[in-house]
Design a binder for this molecule. Structure first.
Ligand code: AKB
Length: 332
């Protein structure tokens, strides 16, 4: 039986892969104890432990426990989960699309080996597991306008390949062992607190900082490159609402979520309503332009809306006002 079972020190011999144990529905999920990997900011109001391999930025200093944890260190993660009686695992650690292309071996390690550790631990401890996926899980042969939840997925980045692998592994373990795996495909996420981190959608964060500092942004994408985007608070709310949704409401385990789609030229125009002198020049970088051209321009999120009531609060206008206000507030 599960309770009281002890494991030897070799994770590979002790994971559930070769057992017939399953994770049945867990008794109560009202007061989850949450471990978050690779994310130094989250506005969850439950019992949360944040973890990363880097010290958090100052605004996170007082927001609860923060511990060192490397997702490649299975035993350390296991210790954290057991000692803190964790019930939900939210796994954000990953190398993003552009930085992944520059470090394929490292991306494979963190995005795939790290994910395997997390999947094994979630199964072993019957955790509810959230792993984000992305518009990057689609590729040039996917329908792009809009991309539905279920369609051809042949991404051409290591990031995309690792995310499709994550979607499929999680769903497989859900069907085979009852793992409560939940996955949302995020658009480009726009936030003041999280600096650009090597993604293809980074320009959409940088442009706000440049608009308020030098008044000039040099964009690495063409002016007409349309991509799905979302304000960080919508992204956090979607994640929390999805994690709280009763299992019986979920007809899928991996959902697209959408809020808006815009091009560099469109976001620049909206910023000019507040800062008329913003100048944007375009100098497309071939790696990021090729990646962006292979991604959906719009997401079909009708299943998320129907199954668990997803609805975004921020459109382009609200996003731009909020970003400019928040950056100004941070500076004063
Ligand atoms: C990236 O650009 O790599 C990420 C993403 C869309 O997944 N922001």
């Amino acid at each position: 039986g599960r309770p009281g079972r002890t494991f030897s020190s070799s994770p590979r011999q002790t994971s559930r892969w070769n057992t017939r144990d399953t994770c049945g529905p867990q008794p109560t999920q009202d007061n989850p104890r949450v471990l978050i990997t690779g994310q130094t900011h989250h506005n969850i109001s439950f019992n949360v432990i944040l973890s990363d391999i880097k010290k958090p930025p100052p605004h996170v200093f007082n927001s609860g426990p923060f511990v060192y944890a490397d997702v490649l260190d299975y035993k350390l993660l296991r210790e954290l989960i057991v000692n803190n009686r964790v019930t939900w695992l939210v796994h954000y650690s990953a190398l993003l699309s552009a930085v992944g292309e520059a470090n394929v071996a490292l991306a494979r390690k963190i995005n795939i080996t790290g994910l395997h550790n997390v999947l094994d631990l979630a199964l072993e401890n019957c955790l509810r597991l959230f792993v984000p996926s992305t518009i990057g899980a689609f590729g040039p042969s996917s329908p792009r306008d809009p991309a539905p939840d279920l369609c051809v997925q042949r991404p051409r980045t290591i990031y995309g390949v690792s995310k499709v692998h994550g979607e499929l592994m999680g769903e497989y373990l859900h069907h085979k062992y009852g793992l409560d795996f939940r996955c949302l495909r995020y658009p480009g996420v726009i936030s003041v607190n999280t600096p650009p981190g090597g993604g293809t959608t980074d320009y959409a964060v940088q442009i706000f900082h440049d608009a308020l500092s030098t008044g000039h942004h040099e964009c690495y994408l063409r002016p007409d490159t349309r991509l799905p985007m979302m304000h960080i608070s919508d992204c956090h709310r979607a994640t929390i609402e999805f994690m709280q949704a009763p299992e019986c409401q979920l007809s899928l385990r991996t959902y697209n979520i959408a809020a808006m789609s815009f091009t560099p030229e469109e976001v620049a125009q909206e910023i000019r309503k507040h800062l008329p002198h913003l100048k944007v020049t375009y100098n497309p970088d071939s790696v990021r332009q090729t990646i962006a051209d292979s991604w959906p321009v719009r997401f079909d999120d009708s299943n998320a809306r129907r199954d668990w009531g997803w609805a975004p609060a921020f459109g382009l206008e609200e996003l731009v006002s909020d970003m400019l206000r928040s950056i100004r507030d941070k500076r004063t």
